[in-house]
Design a binder for this molecule. Structure first.
Ligand SMILES: Cc1cc2nc3c(=O)[nH]c(=O)nc-3n(C[C@H](O)[C@H](O)[C@H](O)COP(=O)(O)OP(=O)(O)OC[C@H]3O[C@@H](n4cnc5c(N)ncnc54)[C@H](O)[C@@H]3O)c2cc1C
Length: 376
């Protein structure tokens, strides 16, 4: 693995939460960092994410460990100022349309590796998640008290402020950025369509669902399975539940301004994407999602949609994160992941460490890009 010489510069492409988190960790570590992004910060998936902080369900042990460390870093941030309205830990409530056995198996799996997981039903719901209609929930349901949520635009603003204070250079509205490589195949910088060229000893490509497209010209293929998605924000609803809810037809969490953020996947096929990448959906689908949310709330009050955003949700082809240096292009690193809200702080920390020291962190060992290009 290539080592960045002391004092050398790093360019981060992508102003989403992964890029900004890595940039600030690099700056904390003493690197000279330039962050270039196509338009403004948080204009991609991070600006329209449910951002449930969790390690629920069944995933690989390595993914679970990384997500738990991700939650740990948020806990530290939370402890510094529990009054923030954009980072909260009030637990998560899950139920599904599957057979009860499937929910029990999920609960058993969670308990088997020490994830805080409790079965709840209509009789004890009110003590865990007030505001949810006891008649609406599944039997059984699972309450995970250690889960939370973050609003990524506010987190990005918070991190980017520190980045600027540390002397980081932020280039928004840079247009499309491409990685430049030298004759030795090593990375040498970045060319942008609107802000010129930048040279650096290392480059991180953190372009969310565009990551595979950005590295393709380097001759490196990372399978991309990023689906179309939508996040809806409701009009203010002060009495809404504080926990994150994952239900068969809607997922929801609180949002600054007493709003709720809603998403799900049942309407993915109803989102249309134009050739220019612009997405649209019929308003009736938005209304339907909001009705699904209203139907699980206690009190019978109807929610109303205030705004909604559409676009791709970053998911690598095999569903696992892709983190680390490209074997084919020394000095060029990638970060492409789902669960990017949960992973943002830990991924930024570990990737920055790798870029600065050249030492591979064992927690990222399962997530290397070469798993797609090297047999076995
Ligand atoms: C609807 C939805 C729900 C989600 N729910 C959860 C959840 O509950 N929990 C969880 O942990 N995660 C969740 N995620 C995933 C999480 O939000 C993402 O993994 C995370 O936001 C990705 O951040 P990023 O920085 O990698 O990408 P992005 O936020 O997409 O940022 C990439 C940035 O790069 C820029 N860019 C792209 N290409 C170029 C280029 N060539 N040149 C210059 N700039 C470029 C884009 O403009 C963008 O600003 C969800 C995502 C969505 C969309």
């Amino acid at each position: 693995m290539s080592v960045l010489e002391p004092g050398k510069s790093v360019i981060v492409i992508g102003g989403g939460v992964i890029g900004v988190s890595t940039a600030v960790h690099l700056a904390r570590g003493g690197a000279e960092v330039t962050l270039v992004t196509e338009s403004e910060l948080a204009s991609g998936a991070s600006g329209r994410s449910l951002s449930w902080l969790n390690s629920a369900g069944e995933r690989s042990a390595a993914y679970h460990a990384l997500r738990m460390s991700g939650i740990d870093r948020y806990r530290t941030l939370f402890a510094k100022d529990p009054q923030r309205d954009w980072l909260c830990f009030d637990g998560g409530l899950y139920w599904s349309a599957e057979e009860p056995q499937a929910v029990l198996a999920r609960h058993a799996h969670e308990r088997s590796h020490g994830y805080d997981s409790h079965l709840v039903d209509a009789s004890n719901l009110v003590t865990t998640t007030p505001g949810v209609d006891p008649q609406a929930i599944g039997t059984p349901s699972i309450f995970n008290p250690g889960e939370g949520w973050v609003s990524l635009p506010e987190l990005i603003e918070y991190l980017s402020e520190e980045f600027r204070c540390l002397g980081g250079r932020l280039v928004e509205h840079a247009g499309w950025a491409s990685v430049l490589i030298g004759q030795d195949q090593r990375v040498r910088g970045v060319a942008t369509s609107k802000a010129g060229e930048f040279t650096a000893g290392a480059v991180l490509v953190a372009c969310g669902p565009q990551t595979a497209k950005v590295i393709e010209p380097l001759g490196v293929t990372i399978p991309d399975a990023s689906p179309l998605s939508m996040l809806v924000l409701t009009e203010p609803m002060p009495m809404a539940p504080k926990a994150v809810l994952n239900t068969p037809r809607v997922a929801m969490r609180p949002c600054p301004g007493s709003r709720l953020a809603l998403d799900h996947d049942w309407y993915e096929a109803l989102i249309e994407e134009g050739e220019d990448g612009e997405c649209r959906i019929d308003r009736s689908v938005v209304e339907q999602l909001v009705d699904e949310a209203s139907s699980v709330l206690d009190g019978g009050e109807r929610l109303a949609p205030a705004s909604w955003k559409l676009g791709r949700k970053p998911i690598p082809g095999d569903g696992e994160p892709v983190f680390g240096e490209l074997a084919e292009v020394p000095g060029c690193f990638v970060a492409f992941t789902h669960s990017g809200a949960t992973l943002a702080l830990i991924a930024g920390e570990l990737l920055a460490g790798e870029i600065l020291t050249g030492e591979r962190h064992p927690m990222l060992g399962s997530f290397r890009p070469e798993r797609f290009t090297r047999p076995g």
